[in-house]
Design a protein around this ligand. Structure first.
Ligand SMILES: Nc1ncnc2c1ncn2[C@@H]1O[C@H](COP(=O)(O)OP(=O)(O)OP(=O)(O)O)[C@@H](O)[C@H]1O
Ligand SMILES: Nc1ncnc2c1ncn2[C@@H]1O[C@H](COP(=O)(O)OP(=O)(O)OP(=O)(O)O)[C@@H](O)[C@H]1O
Ligand SMILES: [Mg+2]
Ligand SMILES: [Mg+2]
Lengths: 254, 254
């Protein structure tokens, strides 16, 4: 029975896609079967995994009721499948607005294939609109990447309030999977200040592992591969392997 | 007659708010009268200029028809005013959807105060929804920050297509003010590759000045001040002063 994890934060550029792609790849490499669903009209997770011009995309499943399994493609990482996105998804928020039970549309799309995977990750766009609400309603938990900078930290409180609202209105089982500090730079006092503040406030809910700022992670998408396949020994790749281990251990606890 | 410039890019975290705040401040310091409008529910430009818990926000002007001048506040930078945002703006996209001439609502809000400023900047959220469409419809030109990384470059084509669409449907005068390369890191080949590619493709439309990755720019918001007031001699501040000079010179050309 697949565990569905939404990767969300309305703040832009905090590492949602980089985290989705690399944690999903790390779990696939340790022999879990994983599906990544790209819910962002920018389709960064899709190009980051080397899928160009997919024939069927998530928009087709959400709006045109195309069977979910027809949209799923394999990636270069054995054990990691992708349900790709495209720019037509930008129109989905408006089109979903008038649909009956509009918050549950993605959950129904997942029901068809949920049992075929150990993990399903949902890469969310930088907003708290209907696509992100659908992801939070379909998920059992939410993983929150937080860049070690001021604006990202400032927005965390509002994000948690919105998660609580989705739990109360649409999805009582929604838990916090964890908060992941990203783009940590040991040379900067800003990084230290933000990470200390976030740990002080959220305690055990923050992953021990932090993702350092590491250029390999930013170069990998231009080759259509996760950091782990592009440069497995980089500090970024190693950190994502640590996070995937923590995620597996935490899963056993709850 | 104020020139209205939208600062937009659907890619998250590319420096839209940092550019809006610092270009606006640089122009105010060179004795232009400037208004910055925060169109993002995250309200980063609002907190980045030290305004906490504003009484009246842009949501009130857009949805409740509060007179525009009642929402405008002064900032610590003499000559720079702000029309602040708040989290209630997140609901505005849904509420605007059913309004008559929903794309022109912001333009009407600006009509009341346009002639009182030399420049009006619109800081957009990381999306191509109704708030950004309103900004592109109210603006005479659009300034596009592009982080020197792969995903930001990849999304540029789609952004230009969307700008063309708004020009054709709602705002024939909409021009490209310029493309600004941000978070440039001279040590990284990725930065060089992306900036060369963007200059090859967009030529003269790319500002000569590039904004370097500079921690002062990321620290300044936690003190509620633009980089220019926090650390005027930093490489980031100097670069934003260069950009504001180019913007003034370009304005004379067209
Ligand atoms: N740890 C890291 N070190 C260096 N660069 C990184 C790191 N994580 C992400 N990046 C780069 O930073 C940029 C932003 O990351 P990413 O696109 O994953 O964030 P996002 O939250 O998904 O953005 P959006 O809000 O647009 O969806 C990208 O160019 C990415 O390659
Ligand atoms: N040149 C720079 N050097 C270092 N840090 C920067 C620079 N420009 C912006 N930053 C930091 O990078 C992060 C992203 O910048 P910013 O918030 O301005 O981008 P944005 O495009 O407005 O994001 P969003 O898509 O969420 O609105 C912020 O933490 C900011 O302080
Ligand atoms: Mg993303
Ligand atoms: Mg911003």
């Amino acid at each position: 029975m697949g565990k569905v994890i939404a990767v969300a934060n309305q703040k832009g550029g905090v590492g949602k896609t980089t985290t989705s792609v690399n944690v999903a790849a790390a779990l696939a490499i340790s022999h879990k079967s994983v599906l990544l669903i790209d819910l962002d009209p920018q389709a960064n997770a899709t190009s980051g995994l080397g899928i160009d011009d997919p024939r069927i995309v998530i928009y087709d499943c959400l709006i045109k009721k195309t069977p979910t399994k027809e949209a799923i493609v394999e990636t270069q990482v054995s054990g990691l499948d992708l349900l790709p996105s495209g720019s037509d998804l930008a129109g989905a928020e408006v089109e979903l607005a008038d649909v009956q039970d509009r918050e549950y549309v993605l959950r129904k799309v997942l029901d068809e294939i949920k049992d075929q995977y150990d993990f399903i990750f949902l890469d969310c766009p930088p907003a708290l609109g209907l696509l992100t609400v659908n992801a939070l309603t379909a998920a059992q938990s939410v993983l929150i990447p937080v860049q070690c900078e001021y604006y990202a930290m400032e927005g965390l409180g509002r994000l948690i309030t919105n998660i609580d609202r989705v739990r109360d209105s649409f999805n009582p089982q929604l838990e916090l999977e964890g908060i992941l500090l990203t783009m940590w730079d040991a040379r900067l006092s800003l990084s230290k200040q933000v990470s200390e503040e976030v740990r002080k406030f959220f305690g055990q809910r923050v992953y021990q592992a932090m993702i350092p700022r590491n250029v390999s992670l930013a170069e990998a998408p231009s080759y259509g591969r996760p950091g782990l396949l592009y440069n497995a020994v980089s500090s970024g790749s190693k950190a994502y392997i640590e996070v995937s281990k923590e995620l597996l251990v935490n899963g056993k606890k709850s």
